[in-house]
Design a protein around this ligand. Sequence first.
Ligand SMILES: Cc1cc2nc3c(=O)[nH]c(=O)nc-3n(C[C@H](O)[C@H](O)[C@H](O)COP(=O)(O)OP(=O)(O)OC[C@H]3O[C@@H](n4cnc5c(N)ncnc54)[C@H](O)[C@@H]3O)c2cc1C
Ligand code: FES
Length: 277
Amino acid sequence: MENDYSPNIAFIRDITQETSNTNTYTLEPYDKIMKKKFSYTPGQFIMLSIFGIGEAAISISSDPSNNGFINTTIRNVGNVTNAIFRLKKGDLIGIRGPYGIGWPLDKAENRDILIIAGGMGLAPLRGVINHIKNNRDKYGHLEIIYGARTPGDMIFTYEYDDWKKIMDSTIHLTVDAVPYGIKWDYRIGLVTSCFPGMKTHPRNAIAFVCGPEIMMRYVAKCLENIGFNDDQIYISLERRMKCGIGKCGHCQIGQKYVCKDGPVFQYSDIKKFIRPL
Ligand SMILES: Cc1cc2nc3c(=O)[nH]c(=O)nc-3n(C[C@H](O)[C@H](O)[C@H](O)COP(=O)(O)OP(=O)(O)OC[C@H]3O[C@@H](n4cnc5c(N)ncnc54)[C@H](O)[C@@H]3O)c2cc1C
Ligand code: FES
């Protein structure tokens, strides 16, 4: 009988340092059939495991046209992520998934797309941006607003020049603060401080938002204020996970399981379950 919890094995093929405590890992499934069949939508997640330590839910940060290689971008915060940070290129890691519901790329077709990310929240949205870049004619204007605490906390900095060259797109970068002596040519302020300069009009637009929950609630409120309906806003929620497949109830929020019904939710479906401002 098949065991839903048995992980497959993947090689760590590459490690890119993003910030002082965040790395992007390129994984290649050991099993050739799994590598060929592994398909996903940006916004879905995998459970990564270290034998004898445990598992952590981690978003897939690549876009699906990555030839069977899977990117995950991980911040070193606790037991499992700390053990992952001790691994090197060529080491093996446990992987199961992909799980959950990702960003609704089908609903975004022929519409303007507004991406708003804070900190690590850019990880599950990187695949969306690169998917749009590779399928440019299917989508309308692309606007990216990305904020982090300081310039040193920004991830995927090596991709911004490419993203700026995406046809019919706008990118805003902002930080809360700039440490003394650091050069910063962009905005200082919260992501919502970019709203007055935003090009996207709510008519025929869809917004994908990911970041700390407090930031997402403020952003959703500001989007509502400028005319977005709740069904035009999608947010990705993070809750403690155990099984990742809708069996243990750890990630329950209202009547929904974040692992199975999310992590990406239409704001109108989830609004009443998250703390109001
Ligand atoms: C859908 C989804 C996608 C995610 N994607 C990413 C990603 O792309 N990259 C990434 O780095 N992380 C991601 N995370 C977060 C990641 O799963 C957690 O940070 C993970 O728990 C880290 O595991 P750990 O064993 O290293 O940390 P832990 O040892 O579990 O500790 C992590 C932090 O959580 C606190 N904590 C521990 N137990 C609890 C508890 N029961 N309740 C509340 N807080 C607790 C600890 O104090 C510590 O601050 C995602 C989570 C979800 C649900
Ligand atoms: S993590 Fe077990 S039900 Fe979601």
